[in-house]
Write a protein that binds this ligand. Structure first.
Ligand code: UGA
Length: 366
């Protein structure tokens, strides 16, 4: 297959390349300004990297040519760290909506299949969260179905929703072009993929706040307190990156089934509150390092206002209905959370464990 992957150098893209370039089956042309996570593929003759942002004016004619050549375009390019949504909202809207528009248009022009990476965040908050006492006893009020669940976001002043809103707009745009122009499409709504190479470790190879896995991992590596935002009551379901990539491969193998569909890609069995995640991660790290003191690693509470700044609002729970992925793609994730954490944290420990502890001053918790 001839595949264009935009944002191929990130966490998901790097794992997708690992998998797709295992055989000689595919020719891949990718775009990403950053090649650190994919350096081992740069010499592969089945892979060409354009080391540029997709909106770089200098790359537009190459992009057009590649899309015309391709069988499928996978768009992974995004700013997808919640810490940016309320602090850097204009860039978030620009990169996740306006920069994507020309790509959608090219796919429409050449009638190319677009696999558009969206987010589980388009669901926003659950109906349950608006019921007094946030009752989670009725799945109709909290389960997330791709085709029937309403998408509920908070007020404009809560700028956390800029990302979700931009992504939702792209979904609507893609769907509208499908209806009006016959654009072949698949929308993927990822639910907390975890694995090696996710994000970056703060104060080591990036600044700012990454997603929760890297935040907690950084805290353990640097022997700083793990910080639970607003008490750590938010729930997430966590799926292994390897199984998530397998879902994408199954889409590529079954275009007739994937076309015209939105898929939740997540693991219902791996649901945890963030407080439970912190607990499991410190225990896992004690196992990996053989240092029992990590079993009691400090966990502190912090307000979202202090942690993320003004305008943050959380998704309370993300329990996906994954019936479609199972029935149409034959995909069913089964790697348990403890195994996902062990594998992922072993990677981070091997990469950073030796030096991290010595180098960083502890930050005070609340
Ligand atoms: C993010 C993105 O916005 C989604 O688009 C993406 O699909 C999703 O990650 C994902 O990885 O699939 P979210 O799950 O809210 O969404 O991002 P995280 O930063 O991983 O936060 C998860 C929870 O942990 C939130 O409740 C957050 O407040 C909390 N958190 C985060 C902490 O308690 N402590 C921390 O140090 C960091």
């Amino acid at each position: 297959m001839k595949i264009v992957i935009l944002g191929c150098g990130g966490f998901v893209g790097s794992h997708l390349l690992d998998r797709l370039l295992k055989t000689d089956e595919h020719q891949i042309v990718g775009w990403d300004p950053d090649e650190k996570k994919i350096s081992k593929h740069l010499k592969n003759s089945n892979f060409t990297l354009h080391k540029k942002y997709v909106d770089d004016p200098e790359t537009q004619s190459d992009l057009r040519q590649a899309i015309a050549w391709s069988d499928v375009v996978i768009n992974l390019a995004a700013i997808c760290n919640p810490a940016e949504y309320n602090t850097n909202p204009i860039s978030v809207i620009r990169s996740n909506l306006f920069d994507v528009y020309p790509i959608v248009q090219l796919c429409v022009e050449y009638k190319r299949w677009l696999i558009s990476f969206s987010t589980s965040e388009v669901y926003g908050r659950t109906l349950s969260s608006y019921v007094d006492g946030a009752a989670y006893d009725n799945p109709d009020l909290y389960e997330l179905n791709e085709d029937t669940t309403p998408l509920i976001m908070g007020p404009i002043s809560n700028q956390r929703w800029t990302y979700a809103c931009a992504k939702q707009m792209v979904e609507r745009l893609v769907f509208a072009h499908h209806k009006e122009d016959g654009l072949p499409f698949t929308i993927v709504r990822p639910l907390n993929f975890f694995g090696p190479r996710m994000d970056y470790i703060p104060q080591r190879d990036g600044d700012g706040i990454p997603r929760v896995l890297a935040c907690f991992m950084g805290a353990l590596l640097h022997r700083q307190p793990m910080q639970l935002v607003d008490g750590g009551t938010a729930r997430r379901t966590i799926v292994s990156i390897y199984e998530a990539v397998d879902a994408i491969c199954r889409m590529l193998q079954r275009p007739e089934r994937a076309n015209g569909q939105i898929f939740n890609i997540g693991n219902r069995a791996n649901e945890v509150t963030m407080a439970e995640l912190a607990e499991r991660m410190r225990k896992t790290y004690a196992r990996i390092t053989g240092d029992a003191s990590f079993n009691d690693h400090p966990i502190v509470k912090v307000t979202s206002e202090r942690f993320y700044g003004e305008g943050y609002e959380d998704c309370d729970r993300r329990m996906p209905d994954t019936t479609k992925a199972r029935t149409l793609l034959g995909w069913e994730p089964n790697i348990p959370l403890d195994d996902v954490l062990f594998d992922t944290m072993t990677y981070f420990h091997a990469e950073y464990g030796e030096t991290a502890e010595k180098e960083v001053e502890p930050i005070p918790g609340e």
